[in-house]
Write a protein that binds this ligand. Structure first.
Ligand code: ATP
Length: 376
């Protein structure tokens, strides 16, 4: 049974379409991450589920019950925001137990027991008598989580809950949050700008652009089988390289650059005249010099060293690409700015997109087992 469903949901603010025809089913207990550029409709989607925004068209259901007309307090959901919004005059214990005291008829003893259990689970059992001002940012965020968890809702809604934390604490809370969500098995919608959170936390990711769903799939599906050029460019860091080309039967070309398609590619793509070739930086091969017909010379423009690996920004010697090609190489390989090298786009890793619509027309099929760490 799907736990949370969006049935052709649209949200308009006057002429602005913030979310358009969102139609997805989320399974019970799934951890769903919503990502996309600023203004793509992430928060609006969450706020419609919470009941803070009216739905212009379509229906949202929780456990097969349409909730469009339910008031926020009637919905069995709990929210965690970027700002912790704790009550400053209350202790940790009072903050965590607040919702239960006001929306249930549990006895004080029962609430106390649940508060202690929740706080222990979050590693803040020793801080129950402190006020928020005496807590670190990470501890305050745990209290905010505790307040949501204790209500044992059907759905958790989280809007950038970790973005106020420093990088180290954020990484720690990321794993803790995943662990807790797994233990509680509560369906979760989690909004973030952060690639790492999207790739590592979500069972599935909702990728939005301009209010429209671009892809709803597992992180690996979105990474290896992007539906379109937008998803391909959005997921992965550094971003996928793109080269816009014209097609002449089995050859893709632009001035001073040619790329022969494999027979398999030619056999399975339609007569698309403009094609954008995509290849991820870690799949670009660098060689002492070109060896095969599709290889080409490039000059190393910038070397971005990261220790474990480096990013090379490469300018083709003969052709003009609109962007430099980025190649991610291991930290043991040594290149200097100004070096002239051979570059290869291995066909096993090449993605092809319709140059007009951006839709994927070819994704590699045999390399989806793992995502290299450099990409997340
Ligand atoms: P961000 O990542 O910047 O928080 P977002 O993906 O959460 O963005 P939303 O806040 O959902 O985006 O906004 C989606 C679109 O709806 C944007 O174009 C925004 O300007 C518009 N919008 C949101 N709230 C309102 C409102 N109350 N009135 C008019 N337009 C709004």
């Amino acid at each position: 049974m799907s736990n949370l469903s969006f049935n052709d949901v649209t949200k308009r603010y006057g002429d602005v379409v913030a979310v358009q025809d969102l139609d997805i089913d989320i399974e019970d207990g799934e951890f769903i991450v919503i990502v996309g550029p600023s203004g793509c409709g992430k928060t609006t989607t969450l706020r419609m589920v919470a009941g803070f925004e009216e739905i212009s068209e379509g229906e949202i259901s929780i456990k097969n019950e349409v909730i469009n007309n339910q008031r926020p307090q009637e919905r069995d959901i709990a929210m965690v925001f970027q700002s912790y919004a704790l009550y400053p005059h209350m202790t940790v214990k009072e903050n965590i137990g607040f919702g239960l005291r006001h929306s249930t008829d549990f006895s004080s003893e029962a609430i106390e027991t649940k508060v202690v259990e929740t706080a222990e689970m979050l590693g803040i059992g020793g801080l129950l008598d402190r006020k928020p001002e005496d807590l670190s940012g990470g501890q305050q965020q745990r209290v905010a989580l505790g307040r949501a968890i204790i209500r044992d809702p059907d759905v958790f809604l989280m809007d950038e809950p970790l973005s106020n934390l420093d990088a180290k604490l954020r990484a720690q809370m990321r794993t803790e949050l995943q662990h807790i969500q797994g233990q509680l098995d509560v369906t979760t919608l989690y909004v973030t700008h952060n690639q790492t959170e999207a790739m590592t936390m979500g069972d599935r990711i909702i990728i939005l652009d301009g209010g429209k769903l671009q892809q709803f799939g597992t992180p690996m599906e979105c990474y290896h089988k992007p539906n379109n050029q937008f998803v391909a460019g959005f997921i992965g860091e550094p971003s996928m390289n793109f080269v816009a080309l014209s097609r002449e039967s089995g050859t893709l070309a632009r001035e001073n650059f040619r790329y022969e398609l494999t027979d398999e590619m030619v056999g399975s793509i339609s007569a698309t005249p403009e094609i954008t070739l995509g290849i991820r930086p870690e799949n670009v091969d660098v060689l002492p010099e070109p060896e095969e017909p599709n290889d080409f010379f490039a000059t190393v423009d910038v070397v971005e060293p990261f220790g474990k690996e480096h990013n090379l920004y490469l300018d083709p010697v003969d052709a003009e690409f609109s962007q430099p090609i980025i190649a991610t190489i291991t930290g043991r390989q040594r290149f200097e700015e100004g070096d002239r090298i051979g570059v290869r786009f291995p066909p096993d890793y090449v993605h092809l997109f319709d140059g007009q619509t951006g839709n994927a027309i070819w994704n590699p099929s045999d390399n989806e087992e793992s995502v290299p760490s450099s990409t997340i």
